[in-house]
Design a protein around this ligand. Sequence first.
Ligand code: ATP
Length: 362
Amino acid sequence: MQISIRGLTKIYQTEGKTFRALDDVNLTIDANTIFTLLGPSGCGKTTLLRSIVGLENPDSGEIRIGDEIVFSSEKNIYLPPEKRGLGMVFQTYAIWPHMDVFNNVAYPLQNQNVSKEEIKKRVAETLALVQLGGYENRPATKLSGGQQQRVALARALVAKPKVILFDEPLSNLDAKLREETRKELRAFLSELGITAIYVTHDRIEALALSDVIAVMRSGKIIEKGDPHKIYFRPDSQFVADFIGRANLLAGTIGTCEGEFALVETAIGKIKAMNPKAFPVNTKVVVCVRPEFIRLSSLRDERENNLFKGIMQHLVFIGEAYEADIKIGDTLLTTTVSPTKSIQEGDEIAIAFDAQHAFIVSE
Ligand code: ATP
């Protein structure tokens, strides 16, 4: 089911001040995609999710789920949450500790006109789907964190929602379980072919789970795209920095050569991709991800982007060293294989290909 949002604004009044938690949000979420809202704390992700569900009443704009308008300030339409046909999974699983698994999952159906037989059948089907078949009589408190989260998922799915919404559902799990559950959830949602809207401030979770990521900042959607686009070709410095580790070098475009440009920066001229075709003299930022910076021979002058510097810091993190390289007054970060015999203070050269450096707006 497609969701379309037009001109959505939500204003909070606190201590005499007005605050735009949502500021003219326009967004289309295609049917059967896993769509993630990603952004720093306080950017408005939860407010947007709650507005779609109907737990929040925005000040203006319109929300459509499929062909149905569920909210419109202009047409004075506000459909309550139970009439929107959505399922929701919260951060705190919100499963009831005094009930067993069956009753937790059956709960949404017990409020509807569904026969006991049908409830039994649907609960069994849904528990099988989340791989908890046979757990019906287990008290909710006797489940692991990951299992509790799957009960919450089953409860959100049992009423066959058109869309399922997740508000940071994995943040209470430990790191290893979070990783496992993330994989399971991705496989599960893809197989189910349901529209899912997922809120997180964890960039790895967003990259690993999503078909589409929308990055929010100060109540606005500032960029939307698939994970590869957001990671490798973001439009702005903010998104480049938020989605992953990034070396960001401010500069001015000197010359343009087809899809590349030469940018004058503090460390020298950098040849980089110019996907937004910024013209000469534009102030921009060059982004190079650490994984694309390699140690190079000092003599190799054929490299696209070759710079000499000093190995400033080497920090051992198991599979590699995290390395800071000082070039003039600028520090660049990269990772170095533990097999390399390099020490802090060594004079070194680094290189990166022009197609792995990209220009973003300031
Ligand atoms: P987080 O990742 O920390 O959960 P978020 O991106 O989900 O953040 P929201 O919860 O949507 O952010 O909040 C957006 C902004 O609106 C925040 O600055 C918050 O302080 C403010 N806000 C949220 N709810 C209210 C409220 N009921 N009254 C006043 N301000 C609010």
